[in-house]
Design a protein around this ligand. Structure first.
Ligand SMILES: Nc1ncnc2c1ncn2[C@@H]1O[C@H](COP(=O)(O)OS(=O)(=O)O)[C@@H](OP(=O)(O)O)[C@H]1O
Ligand SMILES: [Mg+2]
Ligand SMILES: [Mg+2]
Ligand SMILES: [Mg+2]
Length: 312
């Protein structure tokens, strides 16, 4: 640990480096060609690959070793054993630009008991198995007293079509401090470009999109990927009238988007709670807007009857 640095900076700085290692593992497994796909069973087409399993082991082992008193919840199960994890997967490096941040005063003295780390080791698994590699992200979200305050979105295949050996890119954010890895952009005025699921369309998903009268809809996989489109100003909003996402899908993206000046809420305009005892599904859907977009005004266009389909 770096002497005297606030724990939240240490945790974010470690998460940045660890997410990139997880991304390397994901790419190594794809190169080796045996994805080891299993159906998780609870829902149709809910896949898990060797890359999901290995990336999660890397992240949980690395963070557990350094932060044993912090709760870590990963998509792919709850084994926190680190004794059987390959040494090379245990990341000790930290991102120096994060460590150098001026920590917002409210996060300077955080009690580890109040921190929950939400890990989606590979967001966009079905896209990964289908070769839509730029949809894949590694997501680490850091919640303090239930609020998403810091996060990492690592995109291992960013730019791979022109540079097959790409290291990808790692975008991080700390609410009150800003983001790193890319510049947040305001989307173009006079248009309304929405992003949503490519694979889980329902009548409600479509109804919510149509109510907003978009000029364009961008359908891609992954909560991390969609959040990046909004952070970069390529889309005005990420709208998903479904209870399909889980807390590990949204904690990291919410923190990074909000650190970038956007707003990430459910369909009622409320922030999700990411405390250790919350239910996993994002049961009230997703409504996230870019920097410079009036979130409250846009949300008014969603009919109340549709919002009522996502009760508390
Ligand atoms: N039960 C249920 N109902 C509706 N939609 C669901 C459900 N489970 C998962 N999903 C949607 O499937 C997409 C992939 O899920 P995940 O984010 O879990 O993917 S991954 O496992 O991390 O790859 C993701 O959507 P998109 O990535 O936006 O297409 C999830 O929101
Ligand atoms: Mg999954
Ligand atoms: Mg996911
Ligand atoms: Mg996943």
């Amino acid at each position: 640990m770096s002497q005297g640095k606030p724990m939240i900076l240490e945790l974010l700085a470690s998460s940045v480096k660890t997410s990139a290692k997880a991304g390397q593992i994901i790419k190594d497994i794809m190169r080796q060609g045996d994805l080891g796909i299993v159906e998780k069973g609870s829902e149709p087409n809910d896949l898990q690959t060797e890359a999901d399993r290995s990336a999660q082991r890397c992240i949980i082992a690395s963070l557990t070793k350094k932060f044993p008193n912090v709760t870590i919840i990963g998509e792919e199960g709850h084994s926190h054993r680190i004794d059987d994890v390959v040494q090379d997967w245990i990341v000790s490096e930290v991102d120096q630009s994060v460590l150098a941040l001026d920590c917002p005063p409210q996060y300077k003295e955080v009690n580890p008991q109040d921190v929950v780390v939400w890990v989606d080791p590979l967001d966009g698994t079905s896209e990964y198995t289908q070769g839509l590699l730029d949809h894949v992200t590694v997501l680490i979200g850091i919640a303090v007293q239930g609020r998403a305050v810091a996060g990492v979105i690592h995109q291992p295949y960013y730019g791979y079509k022109t540079a097959p050996d790409t290291l990808g890119r790692t975008i991080w954010g700390l609410v009150g401090s800003g983001i790193g890895g890319i510049q947040a952009q305001t989307p173009p005025k006079g248009e309304l470009i929405l992003t949503t699921t490519r694979s889980h369309n329902t009548a409600l998903v479509v109804e919510a999109l149509e109510a907003l009268k978009p000029s364009k809809i961008v359908r891609v996989g992954g909560a991390g990927h969609k959040a990046l489109l909004v952070i970069e100003g390529l889309c005005h909003a990420y709208v998903f009238a479904s209870n399909g996402c889980k807390k590990w899908d949204t904690c990291g993206p919410e923190a990074v988007l909000e650190a970038a000046g956007g707003v990430f809420t459910d369909l009622h305009g409320n922030h999700y709670s990411y405390g250790k005892d919350v239910a996993y599904p994002d049961a009230q859907g997703i409504f996230a807007t870019a920097k410079g977009v009036d979130h409250a005004e846009l949300l008014k266009k969603i009919p109340q009857a549709l919002k009522d389909a996502f009760p508390y």
